[in-house]
Design a protein around this ligand. Structure first.
Ligand code: AMP
Ligand code: TRP
Length: 342
């Protein structure tokens, strides 16, 4: 990958289980829009996934499946040689294929990060819960590896869901701290968060974000059949009253369903409110409409998803790593030079 005049975006998803519509609506769909304008790098962050225990067989399956999800969402990457293949706009690669990520993470651990930085991370507190003393050291150190991912590529913007904002802010702190102590190497990255959909909430509890680590009833997996998805929507909790109105404070559940409906159909929320007022006699009718739209989306998505072969995906990852490795190694070289190691 040669350095171009385009600005660079970098983002990633962990191959640690089922991806859901929150991942798609909050993050991946935004990457698809941005890839025309930016030099775009999307990573499958397997070393982040192993911060909690993974079944080896499932992990190797999940790594390929995340790539298929990226591609089915509309990220175009590959070797460009497939007949009828869309032109390549982005690079997709697997984090562990480029060892500069873990090397830089170690260097940042020592030369930039402080224990007090990590003690502020709210996601660690949420994920570790009562087990704070027993979780892996990697889970605690996870944001430093994420900073390394971002800083290796002169990243201008990091498009993520809202839950990752604090981690990107830490990457900014570390970049500045290293630059001021050792001389400028890193670009200070910005964070890009969508206005709508940055936080899709759980179907069974609109006070919590939709998450793959919660019960399957709480999320719509991108691999759920339209039938299963419809059942989950019909069972989703609702608010008191009858109105189908977007009001996050007083109607969090209906607002979440309206957000999903709007993002899936591309229709404005205000227009959907009017349409539903006219056509629905209650929450049941409204949910049927959401389920129908979601079903159509999932059917198209899964057709694409199932069209990719494992070998094709392996090739994409291999090519991707070859493209980004020289860029990562160049940054790492400069860092080591500043430290006096090289
Ligand atoms: P993860 O599944 O934690 O690897 O997250 C992958 C991407 O999806 C990140 O950019 C997250 O911020 C985003 N994301 C995860 N859950 C949600 C959600 N419920 N709503 C919006 N974005 C989300
Ligand atoms: N921590 C992110 C998540 O769980 C995934 C991630 C790892 C990432 N490295 C990154 C996202 C670099 C953006 C940039 O969602």
């Amino acid at each position: 990958m040669s350095k171009t005049s385009k600005r660079t975006i970098f983002s990633g998803v962990q191959p640690s289980g089922t991806l859901h519509i929150g991942n798609y609506l909050g993050a991946i769909s935004n990457w698809v829009k941005m890839q025309d304008e930016y030099n775009s790098i999307f990573c499958v962050v397997d070393y982040h996934a192993i911060t909690v225990k993974q079944d080896p067989k499932e992990l190797s399956r999940n790594i390929l499946d995340v790539v298929k999800i990226y591609m089915a969402s509309g990220i175009s990457a590959g070797d460009g040689s497939a007949p009828g293949g869309s032109p390549e706009k982005s690079v997709i690669f697997q984090q562990s294929d480029v060892s500069a990520h873990t090397e830089l993470a170690w260097i940042l651990n020592c030369a930039a990060a402080r224990v007090s930085d990590l003690n502020k991370m709210t996601q660690f507190k949420d994920k570790a819960g009562e087990e704070k003393e027993n979780v892996s050291v990697g889970l605690y150190d996870y944001p430093i590896l994420m900073a390394a991912d971002i800083l290796l590529y002169d990243t201008d913007l990091v498009p993520v869901g809202e839950d990752q904002k604090q981690h990107v802010e830490l990457a900014r702190v570390l970049a500045r701290r290293f630059n001021s102590q050792y001389g400028k190497v890193f670009k200070v990255p910005g964070v890009e968060i969508k206005k709508e959909g940055a936080r899709i909430m759980a179907l069974d509890d609109p006070a919590k974000k939709m998450s793959k680590s919660a019960s399957p009833a709480s999320y719509i997996a991108l691999t759920d059949t339209p039938d299963v998805a419809a059942k989950k929507i019909m069972r989703a909790v609702t608010d008191s009253g009858y109105d189908i109105k977007y009001d996050k404070k007083n109607k969090p559940a209906i607002s979440n369903l309206l957000t999903i409906y709007s993002l899936i159909t591309g229709e404005d929320i205000k227009k959907l409110e009017i349409k539903c007022e006219r056509e629905c006699s209650g929450y049941g009718d409204f949910k049927k409409k959401v389920a129908e739209a979601l079903g159509e989306f999932l059917e198209t998505f899964q057709k694409k998803y199932n069209s990719f072969e494992d070998d094709e995906v392996r090739e994409i990852l291999k090519n991707g790593a070859e493209k980004v490795r020289p860029v990562a190694e160049e940054t790492l070289f400069m860092v080591k030079h500043k430290l006096g190691i090289i």
